[in-house]
Write a protein that binds this ligand. Structure first.
Ligand code: WAQ
Ligand code: MG
Length: 256
């Protein structure tokens, strides 16, 4: 699902930067994998979400349903942990330390910082070369939208139980963990940083196969419309293949 609105909509709903752009402003997006019998339920839930989104009222909602041929690849969900963090400045210190430990350069971190600081949010993620720090996504306005990921029924139950015990069993957390786990399953991606573009959601995360999914409270301040996702890619990665994998390869995540 993707929901957007034209830039001349209610001014209170969007950032000043967004008003300058003539194309639709991104409000909400969502994706999943389900059985044929559940397509209708999933679509209804997605439309409901688009219509009640904190970023504003969309004037355009697009639902796409595609058949998956063959069995999706399987991959494990990342282990999860919540870090202690009291401000966006401290969040960036923590992120920088972890990323530097994975070999991500200062230049790449500066690129990430500027993308994540912009109120011109993208619908997808920015790909950043881990050493040179150059952006690699083919469309800088849109970014790369990860899709075709889901979770099997049994794993979803287990995950819900685990998250309930931590009092964080929300759709936002479940979907973010599923997305991050698919991204981490891509060999050419070293790590991810994510900040929600919802003005009220101030917990972000960083993720990698090395250290799993690390939640970061106070990654931004309440009310800020900025947000985004950065995927750091290996310097010699074939970008076309990475994009194909993220956008098209069906992956079912499993709770182990
Ligand atoms: N593929 C690539 N990028 C995406 C996708 C996707 N499917 N969905 C969202 N993005 C990018 C896009 O730039 C958005 O502006 C940005 O990420 C934020 O998206 O454990 O809700 O859907 O409590 O607002 C983190 C949960 C929630 C942390 C993240 O992201 C936790 C969230 P949002
Ligand atoms: Mg959002």
């Amino acid at each position: 699902m993707r929901a957007s609105k034209q830039a001349h909509g209610r001014k209170s709903d969007v950032g000043k930067q967004d008003l300058k752009s003539k194309i639709g402003i991104h409000i909400s997006g969502a994706e999943g994998i389900c059985d044929e019998s559940e397509i209708s339920n999933m679509s209804t839930a997605f439309i409901k979400r688009a219509l009640t989104h904190p970023r504003g009222q969309p004037d355009n909602i697009v639902i796409t349903a595609e058949e998956i041929i063959g069995r999706p690849a399987k991959s494990p969900l990342l282990p999860m942990k919540t870090l202690a963090c009291t401000s966006p400045e401290k969040a960036w210190d923590i992120i920088s330390q972890h990323m530097t430990g994975l070999g991500i350069s200062g230049r790449a971190l500066r690129t990430a910082y500027s993308v994540l600081g912009s109120e011109n949010t993208m619908r997808g993620a920015s790909l950043v070369f881990a050493r040179q720090g150059k952006r690699a996504e083919p469309d800088r306005k849109r970014g790369v939208r990860v899709s075709r990921m889901g979770i099997d029924k049994a794993s979803e139950k287990k995950l819900s139980r685990r998250l309930s015990a931590l009092k964080i069993d929300t759709l936002t957390v479940r979907e973010a963990l599923i997305l991050a786990s698919k991204v981490a399953s891509c060999n050419d991606i070293i790590a991810e940083i994510c900040i929600s573009d919802d003005p009220d959601y101030i917990i972000g995360y960083m993720a990698s196969r090395e250290f799993g999914y690390l939640r970061i409270p106070n990654i931004k301040r309440t009310g800020e419309l900025r947000g985004g996702r950065i995927f750091f890619v290996r310097e010699n990665a074939a970008i076309g293949k990475v994009v194909k994998y993220l956008e098209n390869m069906p992956v079912l995540l499993e709770f182990k």
